[in-house]
Design a protein around this ligand. Sequence first.
Ligand code: DON
Length: 349
Amino acid sequence: MEKTDKPRGDYLDVLLNKMKSAAAPFRDVLRDLHTKYQTLNEGNVATYIPELAKANPDWFGLSVVTADGQVFDIGDAQQTFTIQSVSKPFVFGLALEEHGREKVLTKVGVEPTGEAFNSILLDEASNRPFNPMVNAGAIATADLINGKDFPERLERLLRMFGKYCGRDVFIDNGVFLSERATGHRNRAMGHLMLNFGMVSNRVEETLELYFQQCSILVNSHDLAVMGATLANGGINPITHERAIPSAFVKDLLASMLSCGMYDYAGEWAYRVGIPAKSGVAGGLVGVIPGQMGVGVFSPRLDAKGNTVRGIKVFQELSERFGLHVFESGFQGESLRQLLQPKRSDESHG
Ligand code: DON
């Protein structure tokens, strides 16, 4: 499909894509994957923010949206949860759009830490946090969001997420209050960065903004649309609205690939090779450039804070369809073919 800045999704387009994806064999692939990992009960729901502990560990949503707008939603794809750290690359994108690459990179680096997401580790040599995907870097990135006051900054942030999701987004107030009440480590990190001159002195306001950004409600379908928007050069393939200038898409994807899975990032880049970002509520978004966005929601996390079932699903998709970004000469099953509706006279299997 041609990439246009058409302001709204065309209903006929949406309908045709619905019919196409309803009849595409890829739906069965996803159903089978979902069934396979529904019974995987390793890992635990995050409890360090009390509100997150209320999640049902069995929730499992799996969604794929292609760069030309086909939609596949399996399982609990409508179950909402808070976006948490999955928000980080998108806010990085907004900062890039507002200030340009050069300025943003003076405030936050792009170097993986090899440390946990909440590590109090700062790059003293360059006087900035290491990257936008860990908490310190995400707080420094939130500091860059413009606006004359807090409501205006928040409004800008929510509007940006709205473009990616193709709908208005809302905040889970219970989670936000819980984050704020227990976010001593983030607060300490914000103040430490203020002490070093890494963030501006509106640090309390910026922390509020960061807690709000983490508390935005999404579902696995939204994550897949957000991923598909990046896969489609920054234009939401359902609404045809631009969410980010195309020039910055690669900034987000590179940072996701090198830092998106925290201290599992290197292993992930090696084994899965899909730019991705996880969050402690159990969300995981992945982007296959030019092809599709994948969203998984399953709140059982491993020791590093990544969703266990999400990792399995991505590993399997990557291996089976050769989706690693550095894959060459892949001889296996063709994903493109599985996305074509099967004709009624065709038999599969
Ligand atoms: O900063 C925090 O503690 C959370 N609100 C966000 C952390 C998060 O999702 C890290 N992810 N794995």
